[in-house]
Write a protein that binds this ligand. Structure first.
Ligand code: NFE
Length: 477
């Protein structure tokens, strides 16, 4: 038996340690450990409730718009606010740009180097070869030198596309990271006709890249690595849905198990700390949760807590959104999903896998960019963008929305017009959580355990872990 610790896993956000035990060519046990503590939930206590929306964005520089949106929905709920249609459209356009940025970043810059062979590069791209040279876990490279070169050209082009997506956030949101426009009650921005034209122009450029480059590259990887639809499977999927407009969500909420989809009941969420460095034993609803840090807790092995729904661990993220969307989503989402699944030659059961997660991100990008073009054309430049708020003495609220990496929840309790309690459960808290009291592993641990490996397991473990696109800053908050 061999025990390997990958610490830290590279090409993800933050510090994640993964330990794998390999016996007889199989990963028999895996442990995922979040190796940093943040404490933003504690920093919020005693502050003005509206500070939550600004401060929780600072949880992360990659998905700040997800926290901006979740905190605004949470405060909308606590303060009884219903943003006008224009405010909803503008929130979705700003957040949508950040969503697209995340998916392009993940495919080209975080995941693709696991599949490329940079040693075959020539000409102006040759210096990239040294930068991207695979270290531990090299091998199983299946592209021809010509394909490698083309994919690496696109790797460079994707950097420019990410800049354009960030510019979209800044055009309506004021700046990136950490937008200034999304607030409880709506948005603070009133785009001019010129802003809308600048937004439309960049959106079109991004749409051309997604349709003409990202999706063909993704299908090439999916075909060449078709066996990765069987790698890193989990199978229990949960989504809060995202991009609300007049009570409907573009990506609907749902719990997917064995092909069946059920509604999410947020009262059945719990967060446990059995294997985490926090004081306490059992689990509790995030509305009531009190778990101060306890770095000396003997059996703990992670700063990430263990979220559970109806007592079970759930994978969250693109696979969950697309699996739920195939049942409950609008026709455009179902068409995009069915089209790409059939081109890849797989069915929806394959979504919860290494290649299924990559494919699901492509499906989302394709569908979302079309929805954004439609939202942009619906803007009423003279219409209201927000409703006024007044701060109650006491209130409670919850904001549930899907971030690019999966289900994100914010919960607030207000007392004496100040924050008395604030709790966040982020997507990577779900995916990279440690074992619970019953010994049930977290989704990434589950995806790793039982995997057949060729050598020490580093290659397979890296590909499996990165397919979840973990963000440790969010996971520990
Ligand atoms: Ni820091 Fe995030 C997303 C959130 S992941 S990137 O997507 O919330 O836990």
């Amino acid at each position: 038996m061999s025990l390997v610790a990958i610490d830290p896993i590279t090409r993800i956000e933050g510090h994640l340690k993964v330990e794998i035990e390999v016996e007889g060519g199989v990963i028999v046990r895996a442990r995922c450990s979040g190796a940093l503590y943040r404490g933003l939930e504690l920093i919020l206590i005693g502050r003005h409730p509206l500070d939550a929306q600004k401060i929780t964005q600072r949880i992360c520089g990659v998905c700040p718009l997800a926290h901006s949106t979740a905190a605004s929905l949470c405060l909308d709920d606590a303060l009884g606010l219903a943003p006008p249609r224009n405010g909803q459209l503008l929130r979705n356009l700003i957040y949508g740009a950040n969503f697209l940025h995340n998916h392009i970043l993940h495919f080209y810059h975080l995941a693709l180097p696991d599949y490329l062979d940079p040693s075959t590069l020539e000409g102006r791209l040759a210096p990239l070869g040294g930068l991207l040279a695979p270290g531990d876990g090299a091998g199983d490279r299946r592209f021809s030198p010509e394909e490698n070169g083309r994919l690496l050209e696109h790797y460079v082009e994707a950097l420019v596309m990410r800049r354009k997506a960030q510019e979209l956030v800044a055009l309506f949101g004021g700046k990136m990271p950490h937008d200034m426009a999304i607030v409880p009650g709506g948005v603070t921005c009133r785009p001019s006709l010129g802003d809308v034209a600048a937004f439309r122009f960049r959106l079109r450029e991004l749409a051309s890249f997604i349709e003409g480059t990202y999706i063909p590259d993704l299908l090439l990887v999916a075909k060449r690595y078709g066996d990765h639809f069987q790698l890193g499977k989990v199978g229990r999927l949960l989504s809060f849905g995202c991009f609300p407009l007049e009570g409907e969500r573009l990506f609907p909420a749902g719990v997917w198990q064995g092909g069946e989809v059920k509604p999410v009941n947020a009262d059945e969420l719990r967060e446990g700390v059995y294997s985490s460095w926090y004081r306490g034993e059992g689990d509790s609803h995030p509305r009531e949760e009190e778990a101060p840090p306890d770095p000396d807790k003997a059996r703990a092995y992670s700063w990430i807590k263990s979220p559970r729904y109806q007592g079970e661990a759930f994978e969250v993220g693109p696979a969950a959104r697309v699996a739920v969307g195939l049942k409950l989503g609008p026709p455009g989402l179902r068409e995009a999903a069915e089209g790409l699944l059939s081109q890849a030659g797989v069915n929806p059961q394959a979504l919860s896998s290494v290649m299924g997660r990559h494919l699901a991100r492509g499906i989302e990008a394709l569908f979302l960019i079309r929805a954004m073009e439609d939202w942009l054309s619906q803007l009423d430049l003279a219409g209201p963008v927000a409703v006024p708020y007044s701060l109650p003495q006491e209130a409670e609220g919850q904001g549930l929305v899907d971030a690019p990496r999966g289900a994100l929840g914010h919960w607030i309790r207000i007392r004496d017009r100040k924050i008395a309690h604030y709790q966040v459960i982020a997507p990577t808290t779900w995916n990279a959580c440690p074992r619970d009291e019953a010994g049930r592993p977290g989704p990434i641990e589950q995806a790793l355990e039982g995997t057949k490996v060729a050598g020490d397991g580093l290659l397979e473990a890296g590909r499996i872990v990165r397919s979840f696109d973990p963000c440790l800053a969010c996971a520990v908050q």
